[in-house]
Design a protein around this ligand. Structure first.
Ligand code: NAD
Length: 357
């Protein structure tokens, strides 16, 4: 079992990573005297891993179970209201603990509900996708979607622990694995040399080997934890985690989240940020070659999508992370040297995007 301690202003907690971790981990410190215990779990994950989850929850004590329908469309207010009513009807108070098992949708939703119910109940994240293990369960961003956009309504609400059992990934389809790999590629180029070496030594098949996967998650989650530990509320540095997401989000939004996975969109976004960095004279050919190699190995290089570049650019202007409608990029000055809030010349941006979409 590997442990990443994360110390922030508002909370400190451990991210624990291991194979069959739910079987070996003790639950007493996770429960911490709570009078009511709840498990909110993705219906799909419960169907696939019921035995593992039930054994773990029985160790924790008597618990109430709620299965959540998967899908981004359920990360919303109405679902939250149903959840609050469910909790009240079962006598949950602030002296409770919620375990949230699933991908980023369940984690974001359960974290959001935990932040609001009676002004905050403890939540333990049990991420079950690679993306949730290396990204969404770490750092306390919780949110629901509204019709105007994704993750618009939310909070910073840190969990009391993150328990990452790699055994869940045995059932994760390759396309979902790739969504997580795209975030690990991002972390590798932002600043994790060993992670980059690991990615370049494997492919979509061999990376699933459990000790390799454990190392991948440890390095990638460790990188994110290091960043959010230094800038919990995104006053500055945390913005580097938006690397590849400026164009990536715009592409998803133009395509109305259909026909392209998050990982593929982020991969195009990373290619755009790398190409701009190269054209601005920051990156050398060898760095570009390593990047191309990395995304090709994991089936993230993709084909042209056939979008109108000007639409992609206008969607970038609406990104909630931009100021005054000016497009801000995270660029790379070298592997491990990102710079955030970087304005990019419009003609250069148009040329790069036209070459990619
Ligand atoms: N809070 C943050 O900082 C942050 C960061 C990145 C992304 N996010 C959010 O995360 C969400 C995406 O998360 P995701 O990629 O995990 O998607 P997801 O939660 O939709 O899960 C993807 C699919 O995989 C299935 N699944 C989950 N675990 C499985 C397993 N072990 N075996 C088989 N199937 C499994 C789910 O049922 C679902 O169908 C988005 O809502 C995004 O906004 C949040």
């Amino acid at each position: 079992v590997k442990t990443i301690p994360l110390a922030m202003e508002s909370a400190s907690y451990d991210i624990r990573i291991g194979v069959s971790l739910l079987d070996s981990i003790e639950t007493e410190s996770l429960i911490a005297g709570a009078e009511r215990i709840g498990l909110i779990v993705s219906r799909t994950v419960f169907g696939l891993h019921r035995g593992r989850l039930e054994r773990f929850m029985r160790k924790a004590g008597k618990y109430e179970l709620i299965e959540m329908d998967d899908g981004e469309e359920n990360k919303n207010y109405r679902y939250a209201e149903r959840f609050f009513e469910w909790m009240l009807a079962r006598g949950f108070t602030r002296k409770s603990v919620i375990f949230a098992a699933g991908g980023g949708v369940v984690g974001d939703f359960a974290g959001y509900c935990a932040a609001l119910f009676m002004r905050g109940v403890p939540v333990v994240h049990i991420p079950t996708t690679l993306l949730a293990m290396v990204d969404s369960s770490i750092g306390g961003k919780v949110a629901v979607n509204i019709s105007a956009g994704k993750n618009i309504v939310g909070a910073f609400y840190q969990p009391c622990a993150v328990v990452e059992d790699i055994s869940f990934l045995s059932t994760l389809p390759d396309d979902e694995l790739k969504n997580g790999i795209a975030e690990t590629v991002k972390h590798a180029f932002l600043g994790e040399q060993e992670l980059l070496d690991l990615l370049l030594a494997h492919d979509l098949h061999s990376i699933r080997n459990e000790p390799v996967m454990e190392e991948l998650i440890f390095r990638s989650a460790g990188y994110k934890a290091g960043v959010v530990g230094r800038d919990e509320r995104e006053a500055g540095l945390r913005a580097i985690l938006n690397f590849g997401h400026t164009a990536g989000h715009a592409i998803e939004s133009v395509m109305e989240y259909r026909g392209i996975s998050h990982g593929e969109a982020v991969a195009v976004g990373l290619r755009a940020a790398m190409a701009i960095s190269r054209r601005m004279g920051y990156l050398d050919d060898e760095t570009m070659r390593r990047f191309d190699d990395c995304i090709e190995r994991y089936g993230l290089a993709g084909k042209r999508i056939g979008l109108d570049p000007s639409k992609v650019i206008s969607h970038m202007k609406y990104d909630k992370k931009n100021f005054d409608g000016r497009i801000q990029f995270v660029l790379l000055k070298a592997i491990g040297s990102p710079a955030y809030n970087q304005p990019v010349d419009e003609a250069l941006l148009a040329d790069v995007i036209a070459g990619l979409v």
